[in-house]
Design a protein around this ligand. Structure first.
Ligand code: SFD
Ligand code: AMP
Length: 649
């Protein structure tokens, strides 16, 4: 094994993961850092221009307030999450998000405009964009603000470092280059973790040659959660996954179809399952008060779809053809009708070409013409994404000015978006209970967190320091999978036995486990026992406890992960990160003895929502790394605003 060089970088604020939230953080941090003569350093496992969830682009900005108030938005989010959200965090993003969207426009992002120059809305909160280059445009602003010299690309952060004298204070991070034999040690006063959500924890629906296709990007491997959890930060709502209904196999999003094109989806026998659920005596009335008010919460839309599928009335069809025809019919004459039809067809294709190119490719290869016939949609595998319609993430301080006297003691501890670890901040997918922030809200939350983190650096001028013995041990642990491979590759029983990179992967070996095999094992456990699609999203205390036993065994085997090169070394650590969130998720699910988000998961031993016991509490946890133990407990939810009427879509 070749030697690794150690590179040390000292800074004031360290931003880990310049995706949407991290790019917003760069812009804001650079501004305040300049005023205070501070240094901002950024590190990304990939190349910032196309890193994170928005790598392929997006076709909409899903959070824009326009003239709506923060309370309007809160009413929508609270309803969608079946009553449980952090009102302060949601309203904080809401009041600042318009400014972020206007910044995007200033950076050069093309937003759709109508003939009067107004933004074209997809739905009440969503704006249509020509967004193929969305990330490149936003990243350019972030990169320019912090200056290229302060950006470290293709460096994977493995772990955060804590102050040797104060275990509740962050002091840096350690990782490695995925291109050169270099270990990086970053030393900082404050650290902002914006390393995205988690994909491929659950078995994906795509298998074989389609493996790797997912709705959310497979390169989001749970690092936000791992880094904050293992630093000892309190985490929240780790049980609340997001399961998006998506076009089958290509995972094309449905929002534009439902909201812009006003399409309907039906079961195989033609039942409009959402209409049926809403009608008097329909299924939604079994989930009061959230099921009884429009818009139907995301999980309940899934629930209705799943009920049809699993009663044998699948597949579910999105009637793209009927929607296009209905819109075109509004044209005044035959010529205008034909023109409108062409325009709508182009918009339908662009929706996917802007953000899920693979869906457009799949449609083309399967001779699908959306204007001629329907396409199949289905619920996907669960994802961890605090920025969309899931809620998992860190428990952070909120803004002071939105609190009530009551909420202040629990929701506010000094610096906005700081976790319970001093100097450690998060945003975007990394922060729990403030869902529906999407790309624009994540960018906004990154700005909010970065401003507070710079304030923290101004207030705390001393430089904390890691324990050198801890760092030395981590340096060895990080590269260990390369050593495991070197020492054991000759024992391979399936695949090549020599170090030949042109040979098939050395898949089976009695002394090591490849990162891919570790992921398959994790996926199987989660799918079968923790409510994946393979078990029709069902779990119970019995299955969850079985999962915990299997996860324990898997964790033991992670010390035998093997890597043939730096790229596989990254794959190894991605899976270590995934396993952590998998265990946290399983424990949270076990703790909350009810079914609150049907359509995301069902506790078959507690099939109903229990408002009295669980309606006013978040499930939180703290992980003790030395003991490898989780502590689970509840935190009270405060309603900062009385909401009389739910604001719609
Ligand atoms: O319709 C490390 N999203 C949509 N948002 C919208 O506003 N409109 C849409 O149209 C959206 N749709 C959509 C969306 C996402 C995807 C994949 C599709 C469609 C196909 C959601 C947003 O993209 C999402 O909310 C935000 O991007 C979340 O932002 P953030 O910053 O929390 O995560 P990120 O952008 O993925 O960035 C993560 C960064 O971390 C890096 N990273 N760096 C170093 N070390 C490690 N260990 C790291 N691990 C990760 C990444 O490289 C990246 O830079 S629709 O379907 O909803
Ligand atoms: P999606 O493409 O499913 O990620 O959705 C994009 C946006 O549209 C999100 O804000 C969703 O919550 C919203 N959305 C999607 N489908 C519906 C629907 N049927 N009713 C209300 N809102 C929806």
């Amino acid at each position: 094994m070749q030697d690794f060089e150690t590179v040390e970088v000292s800074t004031d604020l360290l931003i880990i993961g310049p995706g949407m939230a991290g790019s917003g953080a760069c812009v804001e941090a650079a501004h305040w850092a300049k005023k205070n003569n501070l240094k901002v350093t950024v590190v990304d496992k990939a190349a910032m221009e196309r890193s994170g969830a928005v790598a392929m682009g997006l076709s909409a900005i899903n959070q824009y307030q326009g003239e709506n108030t923060p309370v309007d938005y809160l009413s929508y989010v609270r309803q969608d999450l079946m009553g449980l959200c952090r009102d302060d965090l949601v309203m904080d993003i809401s009041r600042h998000v318009n400014g972020s969207v206007h910044l995007f426009e200033g950076y050069g992002l093309p937003l759709w405009k109508d003939e009067n120059g107004n933004y074209v809305h997809e739905g009440r909160w969503q704006l249509m964009i020509n967004g193929e280059s969305y990330k490149a445009i936003v990243a350019e602003a972030g990169k320019t603000a912090v200056n290229a010299d302060n950006i470290y690309e293709r460096v994977f952060i493995v772990k955060l470092l804590l102050d040797k004298n104060d275990k509740n204070r962050v002091c840096g991070a350690i990782g490695f280059s995925v291109r050169e034999n270099k270990i990086y040690i970053f030393k900082c006063k404050a650290c902002l973790v914006t390393a995205g959500g988690a994909v491929h924890v659950f078995r994906p629906r795509s298998t074989g040659e389609g493996m790797g296709r997912a709705w959310y990007p497979p390169w989001n491997s749970g690092s936000s959660s791992y880094l904050t959890t293992t630093a000892g930060a309190e985490m929240s709502s780790q049980e609340v996954v997001f399961i998006p209904g998506r076009f089958k196999d290509g995972y094309g999003p449905v929002g534009a179809w439902f909201l812009l094109f006003k399409a309907t989806a039906t079961s195989a026998s033609g039942v409009n399952y959402m209409g049926e659920g809403l009608a008097e005596g329909g299924e939604l009335h079994n989930w009061p008060p959230y099921g009884e008010v429009k818009p139907i919460p995301t999980c309940l839309r899934n629930h209705l779809m799943m009920q049809k599928m699993y009663s044998g009335d699948g597949p579910i069809l999105m009637h793209t053809d009927k929607a296009i025809a209905k819109l075109a019919e509004q044209a005044p004459d035959e010529k205008a009708y034909k023109k409108e039809l062409k325009k709508l067809e182009a918009e339908a294709w662009e929706d996917f070409l802007d953000m899920t190119i693979s869906q457009a490719v799949l449609w083309a290869s399967k001779d699908v013409f959306p204007e001629e016939g329907p396409s199949e949609i289905m619920p996907s595998e669960p994802y961890f994404i605090g920025s969309h319609s899931g809620a998992s993430g860190a428990w952070t301080s909120g803004p002071e000015d939105i609190q009530t006297d009551e909420s202040k003691s629990d929701y506010f501890w000094g610096y906005n978006r700081m976790t319970t670890v001093n100097g450690l901040f998060s945003a975007g997918d990394g922060v729990g209970n403030s869902s529906h922030k999407f790309s624009s809200g994540s960018f906004t939350e990154g700005r909010i967190a970065a401003k507070a983190a710079i304030k923290y650096c101004v207030d705390n001028t001393d430089m904390p320091e890691a324990d050198s013995a801890v760092v030395d041990k981590l340096k060895q642990d990080i590269v260990a999978p390369l050593k495991v491979y070197e020492e054991n590759c000759a024992y391979t029983t399936l695949g090549a036995t020599k170090k030949r990179y042109d040979m098939p992967v050395e898949e089976v070996n009695p002394y090591y486990i490849t990162p891919k095999m570790a992921m398959f094992r994790l996926n199987k456990i989660m799918d079968e026992y923790v409510a994946g699609w393979g078990n029709q999203y069902n779990c119970s205390a019995t299955s969850l406890n079985l999962a915990l036993q299997e996860l324990k065994r898997l964790k033991e085997d992670l010390s035998k992960l093997s890597a043939r090169n730096l790229h596989e070394l990254m794959r190894c650590w991605e899976n270590v990160h995934r396993v952590q969130i998998a265990e946290a998720h399983t424990r949270h699910k076990l703790f909350r003895e009810e079914t609150r988000w049907p359509g995301y998961y069902y506790r078959t031993d507690f099939p109903k929502m229990n408002e009295e016991k669980w309606g006013d509490v978040f499930v939180n946890s703290v992980y003790d790394e030395e003991k490898d133990e989780f502590k689970l407990f509840t935190r009270k939810k405060y309603s900062l605003v009385d909401i009389k009427e739910v604001v719609g879509m």
